[in-house]
Write a protein that binds this ligand. Structure first.
Ligand code: NAP
Length: 278
């Protein structure tokens, strides 16, 4: 009987040592007994094009892409999914049998899947969303919320011009607001999302006035270190449902794993514990 072929995948970044993706994919490979490896690959920008052309020849089925390469890889791909083109960045590359590179963005899907797993039946169409931040992650999240039917996405960012740029990118359902206007928007938001790095271990706290926050507003933070951020604790204390940022990280990995290892993995508590283990 022939053995199934060994499959290879990895994550490309600079730096990359901090990435939790090898632990995540490694857990799935061993849990499902699949013949494969998933490795961290430290690649600088100057070598990126050459590395991406070489990896398929070395037997790699694909790679995740992390900072600072998420935008640059679009120009190196042979085909780009519609959502990656709309978001303007890719996190999942799949090498086709002829070596062609397909670029996709699964961050937004992962964000939605995480909330929907935590709160079955939840949909962004339920009401206005308030997104704090306008960096790379915010683009994928704004795309996801609009795709899932959010009637309006208010975006507040320290640098107002970057919030305005999201309206230019995604259209009139994106409504930039000043950082000082957050308390007004909190009152009528169905969903509040922190996409800034504030509140992350080693970063300044996120201080926003939540005095008008009440259920049924859902609050989520894509920062996952710490897992329970002050924003989530404050929202829970006000009786609101909260969703932590780890689920997004776990769910964004599913499509790549499916494509590279031909197996649909589960996102469950076992995986959360494996990824959080030191
Ligand atoms: P980014 O592109 O560098 O954007 C950072 C955002 O944070 C910008 O909106 C920035 O505002 C804001 N910010 C930073 N310092 C600030 C301060 N002192 N005051 C107010 N705003 C501040 O980063 P990113 O890639 O979007 O990542 C953002 C966070 O999300 C990171 O903590 C990252 O670890 C996390 N993340 C989580 C996941 C997940 O799967 N859960 C995925 C991706 C990212 P300005 O525009 O004014 O600079």
């Amino acid at each position: 009987m022939s053995r199934p072929a060994l499959r290879l995948a990895g994550v490309i970044g600079d730096p990359v040592a901090h990435s939790l993706s090898p632990r995540l994919h490694g857990h799935w490979l061993s849990r499902y007994g699949l013949p494969g490896h998933y490795v961290p690959l430290h690649v600088n920008q100057a070598d990126l094009a050459e590395v991406l052309r070489t990896l398929p020849k070395m037997g790699f089925a694909g790679v995740n892409v992390t900072l600072p390469h998420k935008e640059h890889v679009l120009s190196l791909a042979d085909n780009v999914t519609d959502r990656a083109a709309l978001i303007g960045a890719a996190n999942t590359l799949t090498f086709q049998s002829n070596g062609a590179i397909q670029a996709d963005n699964t961050d937004g899907l992962g964000f939605l899947a995480s909330i929907k797993q935590s709160l079955p039946g939840w949909t962004a169409s339920v009401g206005p969303a308030l997104v704090l931040g306008s960096g790379g992650a915010a683009k994928a999240i704004v795309w996801a919320l609009l795709s899932d039917g959010a009637p309006v996405v208010h975006v507040a960012n320290r640098t107002r011009a970057r919030a305005d740029a999201l309206r230019d990118q995604f259209g009139a359902r994106v409504s930039p607001v000043d950082w000082t206007a957050i308390p007004d928007r909190v009152a009528d938001a169905a969903l509040i999302v922190n996409t800034t790095s504030l509140g992350m271990t080693g970063q300044p706290p996120l201080s926003v006035d939540l005095s008008r926050l009440t259920p049924p507003t859902v609050v989520t933070d894509i920062v996952y270190a710490p897992l329970r951020t002050q924003l989530l604790e404050d929202a829970a204390a006000r009786g609101c449902e909260t969703v932590d940022g780890l689920g997004m990280l776990l769910h964004q990995a599913v499509p790549g794993f499916e494509r590279w290892f031909n197996y649909t993995p589960m996102v469950d508590d076992d995986l959360r514990q494996a990824v959080l283990a030191q």
